[in-house]
Every structure is written in C-alpha cells, then in structure tokens.
Ligand binder design. Structure first.
Ligand code: CUA
Length: 229
C-alpha cells in the first residue's frame, strides 16, 4: 500500500503492474527529453540579439520538426498498444472472483466454490484495531492464492463503481447490467489495498478493497472452512 510521501507508483505485486511501471518510466523519460530540449531552445531564443534580415521561409527545418515529433510519438504508441492488449489477455484462470459494487460496500462471490459469498464493509474509525489502517481496512477480506492466474468479474447493483488495486495494476468499472472481466497474477504474499475509483455517491471514499494473498494450500484451507459453514 501507499504510505507517507509516496508520490510515485506503488511497488508492483503482479507482472502486469511491473510492465505498467516500465511503460510509465519510458514515457516519462521521453517527456523529460522533450521538455529539456524545448526549454533550452526557448531560453536561447528569448535571450539573444540575433536577427536574420533575409529569412522568409525554411522548408527543410519545417519538414524536420514536423516528421521528427511524429516518429517520437510512435515510440510511445507501440509500447502503449502492446500493454493494452497484454492487459486484456486471459490465460487459463484457476480461480474466478466476482465483485459487485454497492452504495457503499463491495460484495464478493467465489463462483467456482459452491458460490461462497460475503459482503465487505470498511471498518469505521471508532472500531479500528491498533494495527489497522483507517478508512482502508475491511471486515471481510478477499482471500486469493498467490502464483495463480485469477479472473475478476466486476459489476454493480446500483450506480457505477470501480474496482481498483494499484499494486496489481487493476482498475475495472462495475456497471449495472454489465459484467466486465479482467485478470491478474499475484507474485507475492501480503495485503493489497484498493479503493473505489468512480464517483459513486456520498460515501464513495468509504468502500475500500483488501486482498489477502496467501499460498495455494492456505487458500484451499480457507475456502473449505467457508464451504462447511
Ligand atoms: Cu463506489 Cu466510488
């Protein structure tokens, strides 16, 4: 999760988020190079006294500074397109989790396991544990196996919500009457925090998401103890 003064992206916990960070750094580097070059040119232009009395047109330089930026944009467009298609690729998921957005909480269904289902509410500030995170912890966490392909189906019961986990590189809108799909692969154990990111009403800020990533045998224990109850 994000902590104090973390202005950049969170550490990745999935291969897709790793790729997103690589792409961000790549695009930022190109942006910095353009800003420095244009800044330098403008500085030199404003602070000198040279005048060309015979300048009317410059066909060659116009050609260069039209085509060159177009080529630079291709270096952003192609990696961006590659990532876009990579994010939508589904690779034989072993678990499917359905998340339904409500005003203002999430509910979850494990459709593969006798439809285990539960609601997940934020823990109010006056009930939070000493080691809990205010406005971010929930009463019922999602438990998911690490090192497995996981499919997420997102929908909503009332208005548009958005199921967003920064560390996993996942952000999918939950829209009433529609079922959106995404997938991820968690490559380490731990707790991963997220929040709704569509403005969905008065308590939009108070419907966090917590994923508990555990080894596969722990997940099987957890899901079978929920099947029996
Ligand atoms: Cu649900 Cu914002």
């Amino acid at each position: 999760m994000s902590t104090w003064a973390n202005l950049g992206l969170q550490d990745s916990a999935s291969p897709l988020m790793e790729q997103l960070i690589f792409f961000h750094d790549h695009a930022l580097l190109i942006l910095v190079m353009i800003t420095v070059l244009v800044g330098y040119l403008m500085f030199m232009l404003f602070f000198n006294n040279y005048i060309n009395r015979f300048l009317l047109h410059g066909q060659l330089i116009e050609m260069i500074w039209t085509i060159l930026p177009a080529i630079i944009l291709l270096f952003i467009a192609f990696p961006s397109l590659r990532l876009l298609y990579l994010l939508d690729e589904i690779n034989e998921p072993s678990v499917t989790l359905k998340s339904i957005g409500h005003q203002w909480y999430w509910s979850y269904e494990y459709s593969d396991f006798n439809n285990v289902e539960f609601d997940s509410y934020m823990i109010p500030t006056n009930e939070i544990a000493n080691d809990g995170f205010r406005l971010l912890d929930v009463d019922n966490r999602i438990v998911l196996p690490m090192n497995s392909q996981i499919r997420i189906l997102v929908t909503a019961a009332d208005v548009i919500h958005s199921w967003t986990i920064p560390a996993l590189g996942v952000k999918v809108d939950g829209t009433p009457g529609r079922l959106n799909q995404t997938n991820f692969f968690i490559n380490r154990p731990g707790l991963f925090y997220g929040q709704c990111s569509e403005i969905c009403g008065a308590n939009h800020s108070f419907m966090p998401i917590v994923i508990e990533s555990v080894p596969v045998n722990y997940f099987i224990k957890w899901i079978s103890s929920n099947l029996n109850s």
